[in-house]
Design a protein around this ligand. Sequence first.
Ligand code: UDX
Length: 445
Amino acid sequence: MAPKRCSRVVLVPCPFQGHISPMLQLGTILHNRGFSITIVHTQLNSPKPSNHPDFDFQFIPEGLSKQEIASFNVVDVILALNERCRIPLQECLIQRESREDITCIIYDDLMYFSEEVANHLNIPSIVLRTSSAASLLSRLAILQLKDEGYIPFPDAMSQDQVPGFPTLRFKDLPICNFGTPENFYQLLAHMCDIKTSSAVIWNTMDCLEESLLVEQQLKQFPIPIFTIGPMHKFAPACSSSLLKEDSSCIEWLDKQDPNSVLYISLGSMASTNEKELAEMAWGLANSKQPFLWVIRPGSIHGSEWIESLPEGFMETVGERGCIVKWAPQREVLAHPSVGGFWTHCGWNSTLETISEGVPMICRPCFADQMVTARFVSHVWRIGLQLENELERNEIERVVRRLMVEEEGEEIRKRAEDLKESVECCFKKGGSSYNSLSKLVEFMLS
Ligand code: UDX
């Protein structure tokens, strides 16, 4: 049942690429189901309203200084957003002429101040979890281990299994080293604890995480959960990229053999240094595999773009390599020439990769990426994890293991099987498809 277009949903995304995308996808999905959509967004990393002419965009000032934004201390930035956006969001909603038409507020779990505003204005709220169920459970585990005195843990324990979560080793726990530990634990406690929201939306799938979703529901309040991933498959035309995509790489991909290209991207936030860059470059060159490499401007410390690539590298790889600043990633992953993805295991990238059946080389950088890398390599077994310091011989070896050796073939087969299971989830009658219908009914009830 589609609602009359008067039911309005207010969406509050967290202003980072990996969080804006799923929220805009959710907006598109709900708009297609008949809801009117208002996006309340900060000026920081503001999305382009022209890409979403059907949405109403309301911008609120977040009051972050240039230094705060440039600090890369994500924990403190998110804490500050929660302190400084509460009143602006409240005022923005109060000023609306017809507040009564707001069905609910859906907020990113990092923007937990929205729940307080919703309560104050007597509007129901729903949380959107933009990462995996495994990552939420790992965060709950951190809080418990801290209370039990296991954290901080000594180096000697880094390979030990986490009590109660044996898939993970202590080193896989998403402990952030930005800012002070107190601030990190404060943020974690807030994002894990849903006090009064009426439901949770998950961008994941039963075929990946059903038992973990049940476990998290047992550990948290028994409110309804709606598992509707992978959301990008329900909203294929939704464009949410903050950076300009360079589509010339698709022409380059068209010239390559099927399954031959390794695609490399470390997402929208991770960075690297010159030494690691050199090891990556020579590892790729020595692997002899064609590669498409996204190097985001500013992602190599001390460089604007690729001026610190090692001397002789470009000449050595010639036409075998293609480097861009930002790629149309979903199109790249769906391209028949792409046979592997060296990824940082951000959750969106992981869902996009699984949806196309592409096997992975996992090189997580921080936060939930470590948890996801462990699940990709050891639970779903659709990738190889590159651990330890980056070293060219090891990189060459792992690239060849994935792209040319029999081991890689087996991994590819599992990735293709998982792709089919994911398709079953989002096609008519599948678990995500049904869950989405139930979400719409729930929102209207
Ligand atoms: C951040 C966190 O690092 C991650 O762990 C968390 O799960 C979400 O937020 P991010 O670095 O943004 O992740 O990675 P990811 O979640 O994978 O999102 C990146 C998005 O950018 C993907 O949707 C991807 O398709 C897109 N992208 C990336 C491009 O469109 N082009 C590119 O060249 C690279």
